[in-house]
Design a binder for this molecule. Structure first.
Ligand code: C5P
Length: 397
């Protein structure tokens, strides 16, 4: 998959920079065209001569060449690249990338890069565990960068722990898989629902739930990364979609969500319904704020909300896939299978509130995917981003 791809290899000043030479060789051997961008301190660890000999291109480090005045355009480089990999990424460079400190060619190029960015951190275990590093890495993830986690083992300091840069062969595999996955859903259209719904009581109050939308947004990012065009019908959440292939349609109530989903369902290849839709809505929405003065406690009469999954299940045509979620507290599997059948779904993703780390608001999830044939795949506790990868891997595309 790397043949003919334009890759920027960013090298920073860490002892793991010696491994970047192997990484460069592997990328070139796989047929990629590689432009090395190195920080000034990176050059203390590995010489530009070695890197330019292997890449067949002059190494870029400064904004211009001192004796000729030739300007190195970080903007052009950023547009040229199909991917950028920063390996090793030191704590300092990660901090600069997370905060937009563009004081060298590498970070400036990073900020200009339109393509997917991979970051392979390498540092001492205590630096790696410092809350500042952890927060900066989380920030990079939120920008859509793919973090290639360091492994544990003996470090340059002779201490043992997490901080060793992933091996070059593994890094190449991650980039290769990215390019492979990137086209696996090309041309596909996917509808995803996410977040809670809010059912209005009066101008300031609503009935809602604790759904954060994280699972649905992770699914949308993963499908978009693979080349799908995603329509994300989202209830009120504090999240932003990152990938340009995602169109977010913001809704508030279940009825609005149903209307938007029904309007685009005919045009999609699949729908993944991860929203926590409120089951009931108030019969009446008060125009003015419900006052407290009365002695009587107000009684709120509720009506049933439409079941979006079941509605789409009724509209489903041959070739379309419909995937639902079930959040259960008891009789988990039996309830999930009953929903799968009743709503005419192809698969249902079951998460139990009994599992620590699963369900609403968390960054992790533990799910079992059940299909119409009764096949079950139980996944371990993983980040919601990894659960999204696993779920999308199970779709027929
Ligand atoms: O029936 P239950 O709410 O447990 O079903 C969960 C599945 O159905 C989820 O995929 C959810 O997004 C979907 N659902 C829906 N409309 C509703 C209720 C649930 O689309 N009104």
């Amino acid at each position: 998959m790397l043949k003919g791809k334009h890759i920027i290899l960013g090298i920073t000043g860490g002892i793991a920079a010696y491994k970047s030479v192997s990484l460069l060789r592997l990328l070139i051997k796989a047929g990629a065209e590689v432009q090395v961008v190195i920080t000034p301190s990176g050059k203390e660890f590995i010489t530009p001569v070695t890197l330019s000999a292997l890449s067949g291109k002059p190494v870029v480090s400064e904004f211009f060449t001192a004796n000729t005045g030739e300007w190195h355009s970080h903007v052009d480089l950023g547009l040229w690249a199909d991917a950028m990999i920063i390996a090793p990424a030191t704590a300092s460079t990660i901090g600069k990338m997370a905060n937009g400190v563009a004081d060298n060619m590498l970070v400036t190029t990073y900020l200009s890069a339109k393509s997917q960015v991979f970051v392979a951190p390498a540092m001492d275990l205590d630096m790696m565990a410092h809350p500042s590093t952890v927060a900066n890495i989380e920030r990079l993830r939120s920008y859509g960068n793919i973090i290639i986690e360091p492994t544990s083992g003996e470090l340059a300091s002779h201490l043992t722990g997490k901080g060793r840069m992933e091996e070059p062969e593994e890094i190449v595999k991650v980039i290769d898989r990215y390019f492979e996955a990137q086209c696996s859903m090309a041309g596909k259209r996917v509808l995803i629902t996410a977040g809670p719904t809010y059912e209005r009581l009066d101008p300031v109050r609503f009935i809602g739930n604790y759904s954060s939308g994280k699972m649905g947004y992770a699914l949308a990012e993963e499908a978009a990364r693979r080349g799908a065009k995603v329509t994300l019908v989202s209830g009120p959440v504090a999240l932003k979609a990152v990938h340009p292939n995602i169109e977010v349609i913001a809704v508030e109530s279940a009825v609005e969500m149903r209307d938007k989903c029904v309007a685009c369902f005919a045009d999609v290849d699949m729908a993944i319904l991860s929203a926590a839709v409120a089951d009931y809505a108030p019969v009446e929405v008060q125009e003015r704020k419900i006052k407290r003065e009365h002695d009587d406690v107000p009684v709120i009469k509720l009506k049933k909300n439409p079941d979006i999954a079941a509605t789409l299940g009724g509209l489903k045509r041959a070739g379309q896939q419909l995937i639902g979620f079930a959040l259960e507290t008891d009789n988990e599997k039996a309830n999930a299978i009953e929903k799968l059948r009743r709503k005419n779904l192809d698969k249902i993703v079951l998460n139990s509130l009994r599992d620590a780390g699963a369900g609403f608001g968390t960054d992790t999830n533990k799910v079992t995917v059940i299909d119409v044939a009764g096949k079950e795949v139980a996944l371990p506790l993983m980040s919601k981003a990894d659960v999204a990868v696993a779920i999308i891997d199970m779709l027929n595309v």
